[in-house]
Design a protein around this ligand. Structure first.
Ligand code: NAD
Length: 280
């Protein structure tokens, strides 16, 4: 058996086209969606992500502004900028690119963002809303994972979903999203005993660890759906957490790295911004 590939790049492209139409309509109504990105310091990976986000906004007609601040900025000044953006009617979504340089209090900064503009879904209120089933922003990568599975028309309700990884930005929100879709969810992490056996139970296996080729062919049930969130650089090449070549011989559906979950993150960020403008 050879798995069918879930083409995240193509699906993200479809979403961006759908959003571009929605933005056109909102602009006609005088409600152009706006995204503010705050970048502190000069982390090269963060700079790349921020540039990609800005370009993606421009492509679909979303207004975007990047505030680049020096690493030495005080906590107070950073919070003042967030207060300003919270009040700015042109801005419907805002995010502070993480990680922040040392000396700045990440959780205080995130908590200062208005929950109604928190497109990354990291504010404690939105984290809580996700768990108790309320309306709110959902972290973009986990939202992209669910969207990929749904657009591939994979049934979720009642299915066994195994999530490997329990970080606040990927693993935990993935758990709550799939629970909300009525999956039977198991969470595995660095202390899990018999990880291979746990994974082999999954109808849908979602891996977000950051270890190249951790998941082997014999960890995957024949016919399972495998979603690889991992991004690792090995010998200058990007690879996921799943041994793609061998696992795709047993899985029914699988996401590649790159071109799987990755492109969905920005698509879901755009969607969150456009939705926020539509609600405004
Ligand atoms: P993290 O380091 O915060 O968390 C990793 C998780 O993996 C932890 O919960 C840990 O318990 C678990 N873990 C570590 N070693 C393990 C092992 N040997 N067996 C089982 N579990 C183990 O990482 P993160 O921020 O959640 O990111 C995970 C991966 O996803 C990374 O490769 C990251 O680059 C990638 N990522 C991709 C996107 C995207 O596609 N847009 C977004 C965010 C993160």
């Amino acid at each position: 058996m050879t798995a069918r590939i879930i083409d995240g790049k193509a699906i993200a492209g479809e979403i961006r086209s759908e959003l571009a139409l929605q933005v056109k309509q909102l602009v006609k109504e005088g409600r152009r969606p706006g995204l503010a990105v705050v970048l502190v310091g000069d982390n090269p990976a963060s700079e790349v992500y921020v540039r990609m986000k800005k370009r993606a906004c421009e492509e679909i007609g979303v207004y975007s502004v990047v505030h680049s601040l020096p690493a030495e900025i005080t906590q107070e000044k950073l919070l003042d900028l967030i207060d300003e953006l919270n009040q700015d009617p042109k801005i419907h979504g805002m995010l502070v690119q993480l990680p922040l340089p040392s000396g700045l209090d990440e959780s205080a900064v995130i908590s200062r963002i208005s929950p109604e503009k928190d497109v990354d879904g990291f504010h404690p209120l939105n984290v809580g809303r996700l768990w108790i089933g309320g309306e709110g922003f959902v972290p973009c990568t986990p939202a992209g994972v669910l969207e990929l599975v749904q657009r591939a028309e994979v049934p979720i309700s009642g299915k066994k979903v195994v999530v490997v990884g329990r970080s606040n930005i990927v693993g935990k929100p993935v758990i709550s999203l799939f629970l909300r879709e009525n999956a039977t969810v198991t969470v595995c992490h660095s202390r899990t005993e018999n990880l291979a056996e746990e994974c082999a139970q999954a109808d849908i296996l979602i891996v977000a660890v950051g270890r190249p080729h951790l998941v082997k062919k014999d960890w995957v049930k024949p016919g399972a759906v495998v979603i690889d969130v991992g991004i690792n650089r090995v010998d200058g090449k990007l690879v996921g957490d799943v041994d793609f070549e061998n696992v795709s011989q047993v899985a029914a559906l699988i996401t590649p790295v790159p071109g799987g979950v990755g492109p969905m993150t920005i698509a879901m960020l755009l969607k969150a911004t456009v939705d926020a403008a539509a609600r405004s």
